[in-house]
Every structure is written in C-alpha cells, then in structure tokens.
Ligand binder design. Structure first.
Ligand code: HEM
Ligand code: NAG
Ligand code: NAG
Ligand code: NAG
Length: 458
C-alpha cells in the first residue's frame, strides 16, 4: 500500500468518523509521508530512471493525487493519460513524489513476476500496515514471503475449499431463509434491503462464526479472514464482500434486459441444472456463470492499483513503445532503485487500447466467443487475463475461495430471487473510495445499495 492510499484512509477516517482510526494511525500516516518526502529530496535529480512525459500539476503538495482520489473514474483518468503520453508515464503525487504508471500488459507482467524481490512494498507504509494488521503474509518480501506462502498454500488449495463448501452453503442458506422470511413478513411480494449491510453481516459474522465452529481446529484460511476482519476499517476481507456487492446490482439488471431483448441466460443456465450444484459443478459446469463472474471482475477490480518501490535497478519491457521527455522512442524503460511504480489495474482492465472498442461494455460473451479476447488482452497475465487478483508471487492467495464464494452466492440469488435496483434499472451506482472500491447509489447517504428483492416464481 502506498502513501496516497494511506491518505485516503485518513480522509475516510475523518469523513466517516471511523472509530478505529486513532490519532496514532493518522500520525503514522503523516510520518510516513514525511519520511517519503525526505527520501525524495535526497535521491532527487540525478536519477537514471527514464524521463517520461505525463500530466502536470499546479499543486506542489498533492500533485494530481487529489484529483485522482476525488474522481469517480480514476481508471478513466489513467486511461486518458495513457492515450496522451503513452503506456508508461509519470505523475506528480504527494510531496513531490514522481510515480511511474505502467498501463502496459507486458510491463505489468514483468513487474509482477519480480514482485517481492525487485519490487517491494513502500517501507513507511508497510510499517503502518503492520501496526494494524500484524506482520502477516502481506508484510514479508523475497524469501521470507515465499516460505510463508508455501506454508499457507495448502489451506487455500482446491481440496481445502471443497471441504469448506458445505459451510459456505450453510451460511448462504441462512441468507436465503432470512430474505424469504422478510418477504413473507412484509405482506408484499418484495422487500428493499441494503445489500451492503446484509452481506457484511453475512460475511463477517456468518463466515467467521460458522467456520470457527466447524470442528474447533484452527484453519489458516479462517485466521486470515479473521485477522482482516479485526484489522483495517476497510479490511481486505471487505474486498471479497465488495465484489459480491457489485455483482448484485449488475446481475440484477439481467432480468430487465431479458424483458427487453433476449433471454436471461444466467438464470436459465442455473435453473436448467435442477438441484443444488456442488463446488466442482459450480466451478466447471456453468460457462455462462463463469463468464459473468469474469466480466464483473474485469469491470470492477476492487483494488484499483498496486504500487511498489524498486529495490534494485531494472529495465522494464513494453508491449507498445513510448516517447520520452526528450522525444526518444523507447520500447523499454530504465528504472533506478528507489523509483516508485504503479500498475493501475483500473486502467488496464478497461482500456480500449487493450480490450477493443467494446472495452467498457458489460459483455460476458467475450469470455465465451473464440476471438472474444483481443490479442493485446491476452498479453495481460494474472488470473485469466485479469489483474483483479494481482499477479506473481504476491497475487491473491484467496482467489479460488473468493471465486467459489461469488459463484455460490450468485447461484443462490439468481435461482431464487429477482433483484432489482430500488428505483429501477436506470439507478446510477457510483464508487465510493477507500482502499478498496465500494459501490453506492448516487444520492443515498453513506455507502448504500438498496435493492428490491422478490422471490423468483418460474
Ligand atoms: C474477489 C475477491 C478478492 C479480490 C479481488 C482480491 C484481490 C487481491 C489482490 C489484488 C491482491 C494482491 C495485493 C498486492 O499485490 O499487494 C490480494 C492479495 C491477497 N489476498 Fe485477496 N482478493 C480477494 C479475496 C480474498 C479472500 C477471500 C482472501 C482470504 C481468504 C484473500 C486473501 C489474500 C491474501 C492473504 C493476500 C496477500 C497475498 C500475499 O501477500 O502473498 N483475498 N488479493
Ligand atoms: C491441498 O493440500 C492438502 C493438504 O496438504 C493436500 O493433501 C492436497 O493434496 C492438496 N491438494 C491440491 C489440489 O493441491
Ligand atoms: C408494497 O410494495 C409496493 C411497491 O411494489 C409499495 O408501493 C408499497 O408501499 C409496499 N407496501 C408495504 C406494506 O410495504
Ligand atoms: C472495463 C473495466 O473493467 N472497467 C473498470 C476498471 O476498473 C475501474 C475502477 O476500478 C472501473 O471503474 C472500471 O469500470
């Protein structure tokens, strides 16, 4: 996590008056900014890092960071700059930090392949994170990180997830029963629920409780979830939850589209199966469900960018050449130790240059059609050409679990209920920014997505 994201956390803390952000956290954030500033003054001018073009700012303290973090469409800003200055460009950030943005699939693949070794978390920030979350997996780098990953791996593999599947089902059945009971009690055919609250409660209380009571044995995956839940105000666990929240409004538009044009492919696929699909069936036998989930993850990466510091000098190859400040055309950039770099997932996931002219459309079919994924998009590594789960040694250890969880929840919801935005299909959902992105309906207070939920009757 980088300095600007910390500032966002601090802003958020003020704004939402989160109890968990103590004065000490804020002090640490500011101290980190200061340490950073000093470091930049020291390394200063003579850097061998390729001088790249990029947007200017009149604000010497915040650079372009305020515009970026206030924007509802950060990915769009990154994409516009990539169009103007090339796929690698430099942006002025807080306290004179100059940061290189890599909006290029080949550069991103190179960068992540050397993660935790040549590219590491920014020091001041790691200290602040460790203070909140302990020196867990996300703290280590290099060999120590590799050893930890190896130890934890088995708790996150498909065998482990298969074993947890009944517990996930049990938790989801509780949500289903609760929704049915509320509809019944309302004396109406539908209820309006804030999905955020509903899923948060379900996620943290439901999962931790059910998992902990499984058989009394400590389970590494559960400890990870618990440590997240207990740690940050916008915990990494909420990453998983936030994706679910995003899935709901989007999936809920599908019935509307169906009424107007075509078939509701997802519900049809799910219903044609008959009974309750098992973990393996859900993973393998539902191509359209899989495509919908892929497309949601592409359109809504909950971590908008990943930032690191170069621990050693390096040369980063580019798929597409860029023009430097001096006018030279280069197909790789030199990076000196200490340079801050960032891969804006929110740009790569949606760039027209990479995904083609329909990049911004929700189009699950692209994952099913033979040439649905452009050649350039195929250069994006990560999880099936998505950087939503990161990539390389530090990529999301919980992704198989997260995918299974998303598919299970979606499957339950779509088979049994019709979900619509409370005020109809044209309701605008915007993203409220924390460390992770969370959706909110324009005009609703706080972070809220009120959905109308009806039972699905054939
Ligand atoms: C859709 C849901 C999820 C998304 C989009 C997601 C995304 C990510 C991303 C982008 C990273 C890389 C962070 C970095 O490079 O600094 C990451 C790391 C991580 N994720 Fe997830 N995650 C999700 C769900 C989960 C779940 C459910 C768990 C736990 C069960 C989990 C556990 C972790 C851990 C422990 C790491 C750190 C790995 C390391 O440092 O080696 N994630 N996640
Ligand atoms: C997952 O880990 C368990 C426990 O170490 C092991 O028995 C199993 O074979 C692993 N499964 C896979 C698919 O790697
Ligand atoms: C029932 O739902 C309709 C909209 O579908 C709403 O106008 C009405 O107020 C609801 N009645 C109750 C008792 O909630
Ligand atoms: C096409 C696409 O994936 N776009 C999304 C990329 O990520 C940003 C923010 O994380 C979203 O706002 C875009 O919609």
């Amino acid at each position: 996590m980088d300095v600007p994201s910390t500032l966002v956390v601090v802003y958020d803390a003020f704004r939402d008056r989160l109890r968990s952000a103590s004065i000490a956290d804020i002090a640490i954030g500011l101290a980190a900014v200061w340490a950073f500033h000093t470091a930049f003054q020291a390394t200063g001018k003579k850097s061998r890092t390729t001088k790249l073009r990029g947007p200017k700012s009149n604000d010497p303290f915040f650079g372009v960071s305020k515009e970026l973090f206030r924007s509802a469409d950060m990915g769009g800003m990154y994409e516009a700059w990539a169009k103007e200055y090339g796929v690698a460009y430099e942006i002025p950030m807080i306290c004179g930090e100059r940061r290189i943005q890599l909006c290029d699939p080949r550069a991103a693949a190179h960068f992540f392949s050397k993660d935790t070794w040549s590219y590491v978390g920014i020091k001041g920030m790691k200290a602040a994170v460790a203070r909140r979350m302990g020196k867990g997996l996300s703290y280590g780098e290099g060999e120590s990180h590799r050893r930890q990953r190896r130890t934890m791996g088995p708790s996150f593999n498909s065998t482990a997830i298969r074993k947890l599947a009944p517990t996930v089902h049990k938790a989801i059945d509780k949500v289903k029963a609760a929704w049915e009971a509320s509809i019944e009690a309302s004396g109406n055919d539908s209820i309006v629920l804030d999905v955020q609250k509903c899923l948060d409660a379900f996620g943290i209380a439901g999962f931790s409780y059910d998992f902990n009571s499984l058989n009394g044995k400590p389970n590494a995956m559960i400890s990870v979830l618990d440590s997240f839940a207990a740690g940050m105000p916008q915990s990494a666990f909420s990453v998983a939850v936030s994706v679910l929240i995003l899935v709901f409004p989007i999936a809920s538009n599908i019935p509307t589209q169906r009424n107007q044009i075509i078939q509701n492919k997802l519900r049809e696929e799910l219903l044609s199966f008959g009974g309750e699909p098992s973990y393996d069936q859900l993973t393998n036998d539902f191509p359209y469900l899989d495509a919908v989930v892929q497309e949601v993850l592409r359109l809504h990466p909950s971590v908008p960018e990943l930032t690191r510091e170069a621990a050693e000098d390096d040369v980063i190859p580019l798929l597409e050449p860029v023009q430097t400040k001096s006018g030279e055309i280069v197909d790789s950039i030199v990076v000196e130790r200490g340079t801050i770099l960032s891969v804006p997932i929110s740009c790569i996931n949606r760039s027209d240059a990479i995904w083609g002219p329909d990049a911004k459309a929700f189009k699950p079919e692209r994952w099913l059609e033979p040439n649905g994924i452009t050649e350039k998009a195929q250069e994006v590594k990560g999880h099936r050409h998505l950087l939503t789960f990161g990539d390389g040694p530090r990529s999301c250890i919980g992704k198989t679990f997260a995918l299974a969880e998303i598919k299970t929840v979606l499957s339950m919801a779509i088979r049994n209920f019709v979900l619509e935005m409370k005020d109809g299909p044209d309701t605008k959902v915007e993203l409220s920014r924390g460390i992770t992105l969370r959706p909110k309906v324009v005009g609703e207070d706080g972070i809220r997505v009120p959905l109308r939920i009806r039972q699905y009757k054939g």
